[in-house]
Each structure stands twice: as C-alpha cells, then as structure tokens.
Design a protein. Structure first.
Length: 367
C-alpha cells in the first residue's frame, strides 16, 4: 500500500519548487528504488524513518528499502479555471486517484515574484482553489446524476438508491459545501458514488504554508491567519520554505540537520508532509530485517497479521500460520533477533494479532 498526495495551488506560490525538491529527492534515492520512474507530473520518494537506519546498524544488510510515497503535481489553477481560464481544470483528473491534497499557499512577500492576484492574501488564495475543486465536483456529479436518472427510469434499483443520494449531494455542493461535510458519508450509496468518482472535496486536505527563511522560526501574519482559518475547518497546516527544501535535497543528513537547526526548525517541510500524510490516512509501518535487506512495509493501523503479510505477497496471507514478532524497542535494546529471543522478547502471534507500528516480523506460511 502506498500513500499518494496531490499538489494544488495558484501559480507562483512555490508549488513547482516544492515538487522539484520532491523530484530531486527521488533522484537522490534512485539507487534504493530501481522500480521508481519519474513521469512529467509524478515523483516517488522514500518515507524518512530513522528506525530503519538503526536496524541496519545491527543487521548490516545489503540494502535498506524505505516505504515510498507518490506525489502528483498539476498545473497551477487560477480563478475561473472551471470556465476555462488559464489552462482550465482539466488537470484535476491527475489527482482524483490521490488520497490527500496538499494545498501550497503563499505566505511570504517578494516583489520579484509576482502574485497572480496582485497581492498576498492566503485566505483568498485558499478560497479560489477550493471553489475550483467544488466546481469540478459539481460538474462530475451532475454528469452522474444525469446518467442515474436514465437508469432509474428503467427500474434499476441500485440507480434509484444512488440517485436520491446523488441529488442530495449535488445540492450540498451547489450551496458551496465540500463533500467532506456531507452528512450521509456512511451511506452505502454515497460510498459507491465516491468510490467511482473520487470527488476532490471529499479528500483530506493539508495546507502547506510556503514562507521565506525568516518565517520558518516564527509564524508571520500570513501563517497566523492561515492557521486560524484551517482550525475553523479542522484542517492541518504545515510550514515550509520551498526554496530551502530544494537547496537541502543534495545535502548529507548531518548537513541538513545543521541547516534546520540554524533556521530554528526540527524537521524539514518534506518530512512533515510525509509524516502528516501518514497520520491523516491512519498508516503505519512494520519491518522485516535480514542480511539481504531491512525493509519498511506500509499498512493501515488495525491491520491483522495475515493481511499485513499480504503486502509482501498474497501467498503469505493465504498460507499464514504464525508470525514471529519482536517490537522495535526490544530489537534495539537487545541487539537484534538473537538477543531479543534470549531475553524472551520474541513471541509467536496468530491470525487475530493486530500489527503494531515498528514491529519486526517474520511470517511462517504454507502454500
């Protein structure tokens, strides 16, 4: 299972610079990801996790395989994109398959970087983009309503059930409300509709406040207003400096950490984006550790051992017998698998076991 984040924003807000930093981050890690390829609008980057490096110090594997995250970039939207302004909103289809939308918002002043609206106003910018997302959903859903009406006339029971929900949802969106606030999101008909349409305003949204270097250590007024707005909508805000992120891509870990400390921050913007995305989607990682590789596997929180095993290979779930499990802390504390077993910290778990974040696992199966 991967995590996919779509980047949106107005032109000249730092979206492309952020994406370029992500793309370069992928290039820097390509040695560990031979299956990763760059498409014009996509970057596949490793998920930072210090625990893998600590495991590798003990196991000394041939390679380390991090989890990965997909970032999908679209052309900058402008007011009226739904009516064909700028490049229109045809590129929004590129992020329908993503799980989270990262909305890059300009929160810095620079006379050398022209703002498409002529001034810096984060709330106005957010509302422009979110209106365009609403208009795109409105158009998509209207087409589905028209289709369902035709099927309902033919006494299609499923179509009739979906039509009632679709028309109610259409009215909800037309009133300027995102799909995420629709009251009947647990209804089977709604779930079926959204599974097909992947409505944009149903997705989790994270605001990326793009600041200058001075704005990293202390929130400027633009960031404060954005955070207040986000709080009213129960959205998250991540603060980053796209220019700094791009500069740090080729840095060694110690150089990057030194620069972040000089700027007064603990974690890079890209790392915040990834970690916040994981949290939003309820994801976690378990590990496999051997001489060939130390590897992270991404699963949903609450996943059982057999289902977690299927992430490696479907046969592991079909023939699941037991899972040998050592917690990350115990693995580190006792110097590896042998030490953990000797200390009685290795255990066998069955089909009902709920995998915990950081578990080191070895699956027994028979096919």
């Amino acid at each position: 299972m991967g995590l996919s984040i779509g980047l949106v924003g107005l032109p000249n807000v730092g979206k492309s610079t952020t994406f370029n930093a992500l793309t370069k981050a992928q290039n820097a890690q390509s040695e560990n990801y031979p299956f990763c390829t760059i498409e014009p609008n996509k970057a596949v980057v490793p998920v930072p996790d210090f625990r893998l490096n600590e495991l590798a110090k003990i196991v000394n594997p041939e390679r380390i395989q991090y989890s990965t995250i997909d970032f999908v970039d679209i052309a900058g939207l402008v007011k009226g994109a739904s009516r064909g302004e700028g490049l229109g909103n045809k590129f929004l289809s590129n992020i329908r398959e993503t799980e989270v939308i990262l909305h890059i918002v300009r929160c810095f002043e620079d006379p050398n970087v022209v703002h498409v609206e002529g001034s810096i106003d984060p709330i106005r910018d957010v509302e422009i983009i979110e209106d365009e997302l609403l208009f795109a959903d409105l158009d998509t859903l209207q087409k589905r309503v028209d289709s369902l009406k035709k099927k309902a006339k033919g006494n299609d029971k499923n179509a009739k059930a979906q039509l009632a929900i679709a028309e109610e949802l259409l009215e909800h969106i037309a009133d300027g409300n995102p799909v995420s606030t629709y009251k009947n999101r647990d209804d089977d008909a709604f779930l079926a509709i959204n599974r097909d349409l992947r409505l944009l305003t149903s997705k989790e949204i994270i605001y990326g406040a793009n600041v200058d270097e001075d704005g990293l250590a202390e929130d400027n007024d633009f960031v404060k207003s954005l955070k207040e707005y986000a709080k009213s909508r129960d959205y998250e805000v991540i603060k980053l400096c796209a220019k700094v992120e791009e500069e740090m891509v080729d840095f060694e870990d110690d150089e990057k950490q030194e620069m972040l400390e000089d700027l007064g921050v603990k974690e890079s913007g890209l790392e915040q984006i990834i970690h916040k995305g994981f949290d939003k989607l309820g994801l976690q990682s378990y590990f496999t550790a051997g001489v060939k590789e130390v590897r992270a596997w991404t699963i949903k929180k609450g996943t059982t051992a057999p289902k977690a095993a299927s992430v490696i290979h479907n046969d592991f779930e079909k023939g699941f017998i037991r899972a040998e499990v050592i917690s990350y802390d115990d693995f580190i504390k006792y110097g590896g698998e042998a030490g953990a077993k000797e200390a009685g910290k290795s255990r066998l778990e069955g089909k009902e076991y709920i995998v915990q974040d950081g578990d080191i696992m070895h699956f027994r199966f028979n096919v």
